[in-house]
Ligand binder design. Structure first.
Ligand SMILES: Nc1nc2c(ncn2[C@@H]2O[C@H](COP(=O)(O)OP(=O)(O)O)[C@@H](O)[C@H]2O)c(=O)[nH]1
Ligand SMILES: [Mg+2]
Length: 250
């Protein structure tokens, strides 16, 4: 069954193939995986009605799609959540994630999806957005990762404008990574791996401002973004709590 799918072409199929590939590569990093690529386990399914492949939502886990611009820290966020270095992290802003990869969080019945980043060229972005849209399901949670100095919000707005037609606002979670460098590295308490008072105030204001800008630009009423640092583990527990709460809120 899998080779037939891999032999097929185009985006959704590429994602489906990635699902199959990542599920097999996951088997050595997580035990008791309930999502196997082939057979009856899950990963994807074929819908006769519209002759297309879809992510399997019947494997018992909730799909959490991690999106955002290249370099925001999607892969690093996944590693921080998993507490292991499974997702390949880029050096600088080179896109390291091509195609979607899944990571199972057995203990929470969550499948995290690492998606290709945005901002790598018009054609590539179109293709990547299409892949992201194809991956959305009725009850998935879309986590949009923004970097702490949000240098490129434009692409994030484009993404939100695309996904808002497919998912409901409560299925979108905006999160701000790289809290440690939000003030260019200043006011980060390196010893305790947390922001000092000044940076904390800056981050709180930034979260409010991003929430407001998203409303103004995309007319989306999203929850107040959580800020964290995947690199130093700051607020990652809060991020996980937020994901768990939002995935159980169907
Ligand atoms: N300072 C800082 N750097 C980070 C953080 N998270 C990720 N990075 C760095 O940002 C770069 C891009 O990270 P990556 O996870 O590959 O981003 P992706 O393209 O969105 O998957 C890498 O060099 C990471 O080490 C963070 O919380 N703080
Ligand atoms: Mg990546």
């Amino acid at each position: 069954m899998i080779p037939a799918i891999v032999a097929g072409v185009v985006a959704v199929t590429a994602v489906a193939a990635a699902v199959a590939a990542s599920n097999s590569s996951n088997s050595n990093s997580s035990s008791g995986s309930s999502s196997s690529g082939g057979g009856g386990g899950g990963g994807y399914y074929y819908d006769d009605d519209d002759d297309d492949y879809y992510y399997d939502t019947n494997d018992g886990t909730s799909n959490v799609i991690i999106t955002g611009v290249t370099g925001a820290g999607k892969s690093s966020t996944i590693n921080a959540l998993l507490k292991r270095e499974d997702a390949k992290v880029g050096v600088g802003v080179n896109p390291e994630t091509k195609g979607a990869h899944s990571y199972l969080m057995d203990e929470h019945s969550i499948t995290l999806w690492d998606t290709p980043g945005l901002g790598d060229g018009v054609e590539q972005d179109k293709e990547n957005i299409r892949q992201i849209l194809d991956s959305l399901t009725r009850d998935c949670l879309v986590v949009v990762v923004i970097d702490g100095y949000n240098k490129d919000m434009g692409m994030t707005y484009v993404l939100l404008d695309e996904i808002k037609h497919t998912v409901k606002p409560h299925q979108i979670s905006i999160v701000i990574n790289q809290a440690d460098v939000a003030m260019k590295g200043e006011n980060w308490d390196m010893e305790n791996k947390r922001p000092n008072k000044e940076l904390l105030k800056f981050l709180e204001e930034q979260a409010l401002s991003i929430q407001r800008r998203i409303f103004e630009t995309s007319k989306l009423e999203v929850a107040l973004p959580i800020f964290y640092s995947a690199m130093y583990g700051y607020n990652v527990d809060k991020l996980l709590d937020n994901i768990i709460t939002n995935t159980s809120q169907k």
